[in-house]
Design a binder for this molecule. Structure first.
Ligand SMILES: Nc1ncnc2c1ncn2[C@@H]1O[C@H](COP(=O)(O)OP(=O)(O)OP(=O)(O)O)[C@@H](O)[C@H]1O
Length: 247
């Protein structure tokens, strides 16, 4: 018997007013895998994340986190889910420790455990000595790493990251990708990583290609990519779709 999927999205559609921005989106993130949600700007990645996180209500379809239905058992589904949103959400005037402990309290974690866990997670992302510094003293890449630590404070088994490397320099980008890949490899974390940057995807990953609100390909990178590689496949898939729509 195969292990439960970490995430299953089934036939999710979404409209802003009369405008449809997601159309019957279905895909899965197998347990312990890094899956890239690949799509150009405006494809619908952030909207999809908001639906998975229950910030937006989807009129159709279902979202399941480790078999827990997000509509029927939201608390249990959300307990297994950590999210790093695209927009910066740390309080710059609080210390890093205060940001983490506050977030832990929202998950019902008592202060002593929250402090211990914050210290362990900060060490994990290479910021062990910054607990008492104000967030505003951090670089963009360091702040992102604190957001990753914060998203993991309640020990979720599934982590969603919405274009986490946007605006960072090359070194910070590759550090963050490496940190997340280490968590997948060493701790069995399941990851959905939204991006439009092909370089962030590796041959052993899964990929879901989202284009204009529709999943146009999904599965292991090796099977989605043509002989010319993922870049060629991505451009071909998105162009084929445009040609068909204009025919
Ligand atoms: N609150 C909103 N009201 C109306 N339209 C919206 C809203 N949020 C997003 N959209 C539209 O929905 C579509 C999908 O946007 P979304 O932000 O989900 O895409 P994305 O793939 O995350 O893009 P990006 O990489 O630029 O963040 C876009 O056409 C966008 O203009």
């Amino acid at each position: 018997m195969s292990a439960a999927d970490a995430l299953r999205v089934e036939n999710v559609s979404h409209w802003f007013g009369v405008r449809q921005v997601l159309s019957e989106v279905s895909f899965r993130v197998p347990q312990g895998q890094f899956v890239a949600l690949l799509g150009p700007n405006g494809a619908g990645k952030t909207t999809l994340f908001a639906i998975i996180a229950r910030l937006y209500h989807s009129r159709t379809g279902a979202v399941r986190v480790f078999e827990r239905d997000m509509q029927r058992e939201p608390s249990r589904a959300l307990a297994d889910l950590g999210i790093v949103f695209q927009a910066r959400t740390l309080d710059p005037d609080l210390t890093i420790g205060q940001n983490l402990v506050y977030h832990a309290a929202l998950h019902g974690i008592v202060k002593r455990h929250a402090v211990e866990r914050s210290a362990a997670l900060l060490a994990r992302v290479g910021l062990a000595d910054r607990m008492d510094d104000k967030v505003r003293t951090l670089s963009g890449g360091q702040a992102r790493r604190v957001e990753i630590a914060r998203a993991l404070i309640h020990q979720p088994r599934l982590l969603l990251l919405d274009e986490p490397t946007v605006g960072l320099d090359m070194a910070s980008r590759s550090d963050i990708v490496a940190d997340i890949r280490a968590l997948v490899r060493e701790e069995g974390l399941s990851v959905l990583w939204a991006t439009h940057i092909l370089d962030e995807i590796e041959p052993d990953d899964g990929v879901v290609v989202l284009h204009e609100g529709q999943v146009i390909a999904s599965g292991p990178v090796r099977s989605v990519a043509s002989e010319g590689g993922l870049a060629t496949a991505f451009h071909q898939l998105t162009n084929d779709r445009r040609v068909k729509e204009n025919a």
